[in-house]
Design a protein around this ligand. Structure first.
Ligand code: ASP
Length: 443
């Protein structure tokens, strides 16, 4: 097992200069045998992602508006790459095919997949690697559902037939020949599937940051980079707002026990972040791994004396949320009351209906509503073994004059979730971060 699967994101391959960096990274490590590229992303903040332009093309043609100008912009992005990396690549022919497909009412998914397809063709030619179309190895059913068995079989076969290959991210194909894409950012998932399919030693995810940060840099000044994180912690932090990686992409590698390494294409010497299932003890000398948070939650509080004596009470409450298709985030409770924390996005315009149904079905003594809640999650696999973590969190909040509205400790004791008024959100994260940082706890 010596192969490494390396996925390069859109900003890593946004232009010819980035292509050169990527080639230097791959040439420097003979184990990087299977490469998964995204479509060209942004070179600078005002730039457009090629996938966004392709989706725009689809909309234009659908509304019978001329699309030539946008197609020209996409072609120029690739022309700049091909011309400056000095490969012989027939772009005209590729773009004729795309124009024909547009005229013939190709599907949205087909059009949006062309960004990865072309980037992979160009990168394969530049590296001297084989090109293996994702349509051959990432398989979907005719219903458009990812076909795990067929894909892993095809990927295992690919590993036998091709010693080195570039496989486009983001899409695959069904037996009827239809192209299907994953959700946005889905090349991460393709990379993880390829890593599992070829039984890679490590899945490298190359991006434009030097790993995962212990807190949001827009809130905390220069937070440290997390060196090691478990899959479980990553899920907690991602769910709580620290996004670096497509959620679904964890599962294939987690299943196969393949570590993920987040690396920076623009600073390849930086150590990056390792995502693993367990961490050796000697590397495990800090208590808190990271802090993340999300705004825009509300609390619905249901009060009823003796609710604990009514076996059906909780079921009735949940049935109201189920029938209104609202996910409940957390449910702190006391003997006569229950708080339901829901995101404002989930609640949408359904609040009045929910209140009406709760009233009729549960006959509570009172129902109250509190909007403007933020949830902050402090994550650390080592919390469970240490005394005083919660004390540090809570005293830092008290010193910063932040009122804690609720406290939830996850069953795994890997996280503590604190509800605060949204106006205290930033202040609370800064205070918690500073408390652990000053104890040299973030190593
Ligand atoms: N190009 C696709 C997107 O922009 C997929 C990816 O980059 O992972 O979402």
């Amino acid at each position: 097992m010596t192969s490494v699967v390396a996925k390069f994101g859109g900003s890593s391959l946004a232009n010819s200069q980035q292509f050169k960096k990527v080639k230097a990274i791959i040439d420097g490590d003979p184990d990087k045998k299977y490469i998964v590229p995204s479509a060209p992303g942004r070179s600078h903040p005002e730039d457009q992602k090629v996938t966004d332009l392709l989706l725009l093309l689809f909309e234009l043609i659908n509304h019978q508006i001329s699309y030539q100008e946008v197609l020209g912009v996409v072609k120029n992005r690739y022309r700049e790459i091909v011309n400056h990396i000095g490969i012989d690549f027939d772009l005209d022919q590729e773009f004729d095919l795309i124009s024909q497909a547009l005229e013939n009412k190709a599907s949205r998914e087909y059009i949006s997949s062309r960004g990865e397809y072309l980037n992979a063709r160009i990168l394969a030619s530049y590296l001297g690697y084989d090109f293996v179309d994702a349509s051959q190895v990432i398989r979907f059913t005719e219903e458009g559902i990812f076909d795990e068995k067929a894909s892993y079989e095809a990927l295992a076969q690919m590993a036998q037939d091709h010693e080195r290959a570039v496989i486009p991210g983001f899409y695959g194909m069904a037996p009827d020949g239809k192209i299907h894409t994953f959700s946005r950012g889905g090349s991460d998932l393709t990379g993880a599937l390829v890593a599992k399919g070829v039984q890679a030693r490590v899945y490298e995810n190359w991006t434009d940051v030097s790993g995962m940060l212990a807190a949001d840099p827009r809130i905390v000044d220069q937070p440290r980079t997390i060196r090691y994180i478990t899959y479980g912690e990553l899920r907690e932090l991602s769910y709580s707002g620290a996004s670096i990686f497509h959620d679904e992409a964890i599962f294939p590698v987690l299943d196969a026990g393949i570590p993920i390494k987040i690396k920076n294409t623009n600073a390849p010497e930086d150590p990056g972040t390792y995502i693993v299932s367990t961490i050796q003890e000697e590397l495990d000398d800090y208590h808190i791994t990271g802090i993340a948070g999300r705004k825009d939650f509300s609390v619905i509080e249901v009060q009823k004396v003796h609710m604990d004596k009514d076996l059906s009470f909780h079921r009735k409450i949940f049935s109201v949320f189920e029938s209104n298709h609202i996910f409940i985030e957390h449910i702190p409770s006391s003997i006569d009351s229950l708080s339901l924390i829901v995101s404002d996005h989930e609640l949408g315009g359904k609040k009045d209906q929910v209140f009406k149904e709760l009233d009729t079905l549960c006959k509570p003594d009172s129902l109250s509503f509190r909007p403007g809640i933020s949830l902050i999650t402090v994550v650390g696999r080592n919390m469970i073994n240490h005394v005083g973590i919660s004390a540090t969190i809570f005293s830092s909040l008290a010193q910063a004059d932040v009122n804690i509205l609720m406290i939830i400790q996850g069953a795994s004791e890997m996280n503590v979730i604190i509800g605060v008024d949204t106006q205290d959100f930033e202040k609370a994260i800064q205070a918690i971060y500073a408390a652990f940082d000053s104890q040299a706890d973030f190593k």
